[in-house]
Write a protein that binds this ligand. Structure first.
Ligand SMILES: [Cu+2]
Length: 153
């Protein structure tokens, strides 16, 4: 078997076992998909993180905060157009509806991360912890994706 074929088998095996694990464990109440942290040029101490938060429960979950070891603080923000100007503001909470999801995307809701100790480089992965009111805290690992590779949406 060629090396590349072996690699494919390896990846398939990992994927299958990951799926198996999921079905075996009690399903998590909240999941996050398509998460990434925006990687910016060196010297920046503020960046943003984006993701889709999925609520698999039959009750609403209110996102009220976020934290990361690489940031001194994090806030939920919303972009808005005011008088033709793009601006953003902090929001106290963001409801993830029962059985639904909320997307944090460039130009919309996002997690603002402040006080970065070092610039985040593409390929790194960092933990983000999301706090909910009335629902369990959720920790995820998000890759850093350079702003240069960000897809316009
Ligand atoms: Cu912001």
């Amino acid at each position: 078997m060629s090396l590349s074929k072996k690699l494919v088998f390896f990846i398939v095996a990992i994927t299958l076992s990951a799926c198996g694990d999921n079905s075996g464990v009690a399903e998590s109440s909240m999941t996050v998909s398509d998460a990434y942290i925006r990687g910016l040029p060196p010297g920046q101490t503020v960046t943003a993180a984006f993701m889709t938060v999925n609520n698999h429960q039959d009750k609403d979950c209110k996102l009220v905060g976020a934290a990361s070891p690489v940031a001194s603080s994090a806030e939920i923000h919303e972009h808005s157009h005011k008088n033709g100007k793009m601006s953003m503001r902090r929001v106290d909470s963001l409801v993830v509806p029962a059985g639904g999801n909320v997307s944090l995307v460039p130009g919309g809701y996002h997690l603002m991360m402040f006080g970065l100790e070092s610039s985040l480089k593409e390929g790194e992965e960092h933990t983000l912890t999301l706090s909910f009111e009335g629902c369990e805290e959720l920790s995820i690992v998000a890759p850093v994706q350079s702003v240069l590779n960000e897809k316009a949406k």
